[in-house]
Structures are given as structure tokens and as C-alpha cells.
Design a protein. Structure first.
Length: 688
């Protein structure tokens, strides 16, 4: 039994208030067919909406099976609509995107009915549509749609069926069929019908309630009114199954594919630009150096205590050296890195044995003099993986002026020839051709070559250099020139190797060569000392350029940071607009879902899942775009031509930042429209 006590409902207009119900009091039985009649605007539909929990009342009480609903919260009304009420509207309020079977199953799924297929088919048989289960709603006639709405209410096993003008758009014959069905249903449940058809109300109704100006003016009983003393008020909260949530979420994509594609493309571009700009804005001076070292796992570095003016890239000032004590302390601290000290080679006029003088063109790539002296044992060579190509490694049997040279110098000798003892001019065709040969003595000491060492310089690039240096090609490359200057400045490739037993007379070292291991140096502060304290300077070409480039990127960091903020805001607006428009387009569908049992949270979950799917797609596409387009473009625009690494590899943490930003953006963008949605009643959503 449903009891209404002095129910009042007022609607606020732009300039005045409309009293829809004014102190309405009624007592409705548990079973029977009840008609509410009256002129348009008298409050019939408002009364029906309040009975169904589609709208709220301002004052009074509604008691259902002894339970006072005036204290119901939103979740209680959701349970009430889900468990207790079924609706049949003039416009049927079916979900056009689904077929007949699915429209009914959505309602039973909210009730968490297991194996509901038999119940659905049974309800369709009752309304004569058992052969229409797979039909789309748009393929049905008006009467058939009303039958589906009745089948939906029947499958829900509702106690109260509410019908608002169910035959208003049907012809008289079809209208009678609908009333026959409602009459049959009223034998087991209460059916309340709002209609203008007074003759049908008198023919079918067990009770007729007449309304005028928001008040009940007459209650006439025409049939038997049944009370069920055993009926109790029992409700259950609705359940949103993952499968149904996914279906409801993805249906929106098919309805607005163009808008969805535009959202994805613009968001993808915005987020990609954001993460690329953010990388530029947050780079630290040592990031690039550390990235290269971490990527290579094991590299050879040259380290100097010199102060290098990076403004011009080449100029040095205030030349410093490692003392022997400093070198030993450094070697002990970085134990395992195979630290090697390089002494200055001061005999600059001591020709290295070149037979022909280098032309200006050749000097761009080939060096005429040793860059320094290293005192290495055979074990040192093996630690760096170097190979003996001819002769022997430096050892204690060598004299003070016995030396080994690198394969790089051998390659130059094959081009220029060799002046043996300063007199005999010979061609060099094999490694052994150099063994025993002497050079120097013009202004300094005379040295004897005892070994040729493979230090693994880049032979492929060297071949390109030879083509230009010898005039075989006019393809000049500044990058090749800069790269091979490394061999002439710092590193192993242009050193004179001597026996370790003669290094005791040294006073200092011009620079240190060390073998970098990631697991060793991650535990040290070397990178910090180089880039923050300026205690050491990486003096090989790549390290100088990397540090210089890091400084360059910092100069545009502020601009890039601004770009990243703008692109994030841009993406938020895009997502918010998409959700707002989606809600506006689907307000009626949302109202229908609320009417058949969905909660506010479940509706929000549907849109959140929808946005999450979009966010994942945007994330995947953004990863591709930022890796293959955005970062290369930014590097092209924001780096120097000397930058030796045209590709910047984003780290795993960068992708997590991108994913987190996209997900958080989609959630934040959902909040405002979903909060607005939660404030509307199902009646407001369906009539918007």
C-alpha cells in the first residue's frame, strides 16, 4: 500500500512559481488498475513522477508498505526505482542504441538477476513479442515499443508499474491492446496510469482519481481493490556489471565518431608536446652526459682538472694538471675503473715519421703529432680490451724511448709514408713494417716503435674521412672533423705508449682516461663534481658538446615550461568539453538508466570508463608521436648543429608521467560536468 499525505510540489520558473501539487493525499492499494485523469497541467504527471521516485516533493509524506520515504537519501531512491517500480511512458523511453532483448536485460542486470534470459523471453511472450528479441528499437511500431516497455517492467518483477499516457500516440485498436495488457498485469501488482482517455479509464479502471489544479477532486472506485497484507517493502541496490559498463561506455563512440577522433588527435598533440616541452624545461646540465653514460653501460672518458671555456667550445684558460698524488688518490677512489694517467708530450717539433707533409685539407682530419704519453702495462691494455697487432706490449725490457703506437697512427702512415731514421723514405703496407722503425731526433729524442696496438677507433668513419682528405670526395663533414679531433685531443688513439717503469720520473698528468662502468659510478659523485663543483672537466669532444648543449636547453627551459602548461590546460578543456557535450547528448538516456535503477555513481562510472578508454588510446598514440615526431622536432629546433645525439630517448618514468597526466586530466575534466549531472533528478534528465 502506498499512502500520500499532504504532498506539495512547486516548480520555480524564471519569474514565478508553479504549484504542481497542492496538499495531495491518497491511499493506493497493492494491486489493481488505477487511472489518474484531468486536464493538461493539472499535476497528473508530477504525481506519477513522485510515486516513481523520478522527482522529489517539497513537503508531506509518502509511505510505501509502512516505510516513510520522506527521509530517503539519493541511494534509497535508487534502490526504490531499481527494485520496486517499473515505468511505461508515452515516449516509451527505450534505449535506441540497443535491441529489444538488450533493453530489457539492462534493467535485469541492474537488479543483478542471474541467468535472466528465461525471464526476459517470458516477459516478451506475455506482450506477444517473443519473435522480436533481436529487433532494433527503431524498427518497431509505436505499439510494439510500448509493449517492450511493459515487458521491461514485467521482467524487473516490479511491485508498482507507472504508465504516463501509454496510448497517447497509438490508434484506438492498439490502445485497447495496451490497456488489456495493463489490466492483466494489475491482477498481480499495482498499475497506475495517467491518461486523457476517460472512457478507457471507466472501462478498465478499478479506481479513477480526478485532478484539477494540483489537487485531487474525486476518487471513484469501479472495481475490486485488493490489499496484500503479506507484502513488505524490500529493496536492493543496483549492480553495474563490468561488461554492461563497458558496453554503455563504448556506445557513445559510435554516435559521435568525428568528435571523438578530433578529441583524440588534438589531445594526442597537446600531451605529446607537453611531455617533450617538459623534458626540455627540466633538463639539468649533467642529464645528457649521464644519459649517454647510462645508455652505453661502459665507455671511456677523458677527465681533466683544466678550466675550459665552454662559451666557444674550444678555448682553454688557466691550464692545470693532476699531481702524482692527486692521480693516485683519484685512482684509489674509483678503483675498478682502470684509471690511466696521460703525461704531456712536449716535443712538438719532433716529427712522428711522416714521409709527406700534410696538406691543409688533410690537417682537418689527421694530426701530425702525438697528443700525450701513457705508461701502460700489458694488463692495462687487456683491461680496455685492446689488441696487439704487431710487436709486443710495453714491458720492463723496453728501453726509455721504446714506444707502441695505435692502429689509428698506422692508418695515417699508410697514407703519408714513413721517414726511417729521418733519411730513408719507405711505404707502410703492414703492421710489421713499422716494428723497429725510428723517428724523431731532429729537436728531441729518437723513438723506436716496438708495438702496434688496436685501440678500436671507428674505421668506417675513417674511410669517409680519407675520401675527402685525399680529394676523392667533396662531401665535407664538420661532424666527422669534430669527431676525429677527439683522437687528436684526448683519448687513446693518438698516444705514445711507453713502459710503466719510466713513469716514476713524472711530476704531473695533463688528463686522466678511465673506463666507465654504470654500476660503479652510480655510487659515486663524479658527475656532480664535474657539472656542479667544476672540480673536474670532461675534456673529450662528446662530453664538451653534451655539457654545452645542456646549457643551451636550459636557456629555453622557461619557454618550454610555459608551452607544457598551456598544452595541459588545452587538453583539460578538450576532455571537459567532450564529456559535457556527451552528457548533454545523452541526458535522456541517462534519465532512462536512472529511472530503471542506475545510481549517480554508476552513471559517473560509465563516463569515467569512457574517458579512461579515450585516455589509454591518447596515451598510446602520444607515446608514438612524442618519440617519432615531437622530440626530434624539438631537438632540431632547440639544439646546435654540433649536437652528436640527434635522438633523445625518453625514460620509463617519462612515460609514466605522461600516462598519469592524461588520466588525471581526464578525471579532473570529468568532475564539473558529472557534478552538474548528479544534481539533476531523473525527471529533469529525461525532459531536458
Amino acid at each position: 500500500m502506498v499512502i500520500l499525505e499532504k504532498i506539495k510540489k512547486t516548480y520555480a520558473g524564471k519569474k514565478n512559481f508553479t504549484v504542481a501539487l497542492n496538499d495531495v493525499s491518497l491511499m493506493l492499494p497493492d494491486k489493481g488498475l488505477i487511472f489518474i485523469v484531468g486536464k493538461s497541467g493539472c499535476g497528473k504527471t508530477t504525481l506519477l513522477n513522485i510515486l516513481g521516485g523520478l522527482d522529489t516533493f517539497d513537503s508531506g509524506r509518502m509511505i510505501c508498505q509502512g516505510v516513510d520515504t520522506s527521509r530517503f537519501l539519493d541511494k534509497d531512491w535508487d534502490k526504490y526505482r531499481n527494485s520496486y517500480v517499473g515505468f511505461v511512458f508515452q515516449e516509451n523511453n527505450l534505449l535506441e542504441e540497443y535491441n529489444v532483448f538488450d533493453n530489457i536485460q539492462i534493467a535485469t542486470d541492474f537488479q543483478n538477476v542471474q541467468n535472466s534470459e528465461d525471464r526476459i523471453i517470458s516477459s516478451l511472450k506475455f506482450v506477444g513479442l517473443e519473435d522480436y528479441a533481436s529487433r532494433k528499437i527503431g524498427e518497431l511500431s509505436g505499439g510494439q515499443k510500448q509493449r517492450v516497455a511493459i515487458a521491461r517492467a514485467l521482467a524487473k518483477n516490479s511491485k508498482l508499474l507507472l504508465a504516463d499516457e501509454p496510448t497517447g500516440s497509438l490508434d484506438s485498436a492498439m490502445g485497447r491492446e495496451i490497456f488489456d495488457l495493463l489490466k492483466e498485469l494489475s491482477k498481480n501488482q499495482l498499475v497506475v496510469v495517467v491518461t486523457h482517455d476517460l472512457s478507457s479509464a471507466q472501462e478498465y479502471g478499478d479506481q479513477i482519481i480526478e485532478m484539477t489544479d494540483g489537487q485531487v477532486v474525486d476518487v471513484a472506485k469501479h472495481g475490486e481493490i485488493v490489499e496484500d497484507a503479506n507484502r513488505t517493502f524490500e529493496t536492493e541496490k543496483s549492480v553495474l556489471k563490468p561488461k554492461m559498463c563497458m558496453r554503455l561506455s563504448t556506445k557513445a563512440f559510435k554516435k559521435t565518431p568525428i568528435r571523438l577522433i578530433v578529441l583524440i588527435l588534438l589531445s594526442m598533440f597537446g600531451f605529446s608536446l607537453m611531455i617533450g616541452a617538459l623534458k626540455f624545461a627540466t633538463w639539468q646540465p649533467y642529464d645528457l652526459q649521464h644519459k649517454v653514460l647510462a645508455r652505453e653501460k661502459e665507455v671511456v672518458l677523458s677527465l681533466s682538472p683544466e678550466v675550459i671555456d665552454l662559451g666557444g667550445g674550444q678555448m682553454r684558460e688557466e691550464v692545470k694538471h693532476f699531481t702524482v698524488q692527486q692521480f693516485e688518490e683519484f685512482a684509489e677512489k674509483y678503483d675498478g675503473a682502470n684509471v690511466v694517467g696521460v703525461a704531456d708530450y712536449v716535443e712538438e717539433y719532433n716529427n712522428q715519421g711522416l714521409f709527406g707533409q700534410l696538406t691543409d685539407r688533410q690537417r682537418l682530419y689527421f694530426n701530425e703529432h702525438f697528443n700525450g704519453i701513457a705508461f701502460l702495462s700489458e694488463n692495462d691494455f687487456k683491461a680496455y680490451g685492446f689488441e696487439l697487432l704487431a710487436g709486443s706490449f710495453p714491458n720492463d725490457s723496453w728501453g726509455e724511448y721504446d714506444v707502441a703506437v695505435s692502429e689509428y697512427l698506422y692508418e695515417i702512415y699508410t697514407l703519408t709514408g714513413f721517414t726511417y731514421n729521418g733519411l730513408e723514405e719507405i711505404k707502410i703496407n703492414s703492421y710489421n713494417d713499422l716494428i723497429g722503425k725510428q723517428f724523431g731526433g731532429m729537436y728531441g729524442n729518437k723513438y723506436t716503435i716496438r708495438g702496434v696496438i688496436n685501440t678500436f677507433f671507428d674505421k668506417a668513419e675513417f674511410e669517409n674521412i680519407k675520401k675527402y682528405a685525399l680529394g676523392y670526395s667533396d662531401d665535407y663533414s664538420l661532424e666527422w672533423s669534430k669527431e676525429f679531433n677527439v683522437y687528436a685531443q684526448k683519448g687513446f688513439h693518438n698516444l705514445m705508449f711507453r713502459s710503466p717503469k719510466y713513469k716514476g720520473s713524472l711530476n704531473d698528468y695533463s688528463y686522466i682516461i678511465m673506463k666507465y662502468y654504470q654500476d660503479v659510478f652510480n655510487k659515486t659523485d663524479l658527475i656532480y663534481k664535474v657539472f656542479h663543483d667544476d672540480e673536474y672537466v670532461f675534456c673529450d669532444y662528446y662530453s664538451q658538446i653534451l655539457k654545452y648543449q645542456s646549457t643551451q636547453t636550459q636557456r629555453v627551459g622557461g619557454i618550454m615550461l610555459g608551452i607544457s602548461i598551456v598544452t595541459i590546460l588545452f587538453a583539460v578543456v578538450l576532455f571537459a568539453n567532450f564529456i559535457a557535450v556527451s552528457i548533454q547528448d545523452k541526458s535522456r538516456q541517462i534519465g532512462i538508466l536512472r529511472a530503471i535503477g542506475a545510481t549517480k555513481r554508476q552513471i559517473s562510472a560509465i563516463f569515467i570508463v569512457q574517458n579512461t578508454i579515450i585516455a589509454v588510446v591518447v596515451f598510446v598514440l602520444s607515446c608514438i608521436l612524442v618519440k617519432f615526431a615531437i622530440m626530434p622536432i624539438l631537438l632540431l629546433l632547440g639544439t646546435t648543429t654540433e649536437f652528436p645525439f640527434p635522438w633523445y630517448e625518453l625514460k620509463v618514468v617519462d612515460y609514466f608521467i605522461l600516462l598519469g597526466t592524461i588520466v588525471i586530466t581526464s578525471i579532473l575534466a570529468s568532475l564539473v560536468p558529472l557534478i552538474k549531472l548528479s544534481k539533476k533528478t531523473p525527471r529533469e534528465l529525461m525532459t531536458k
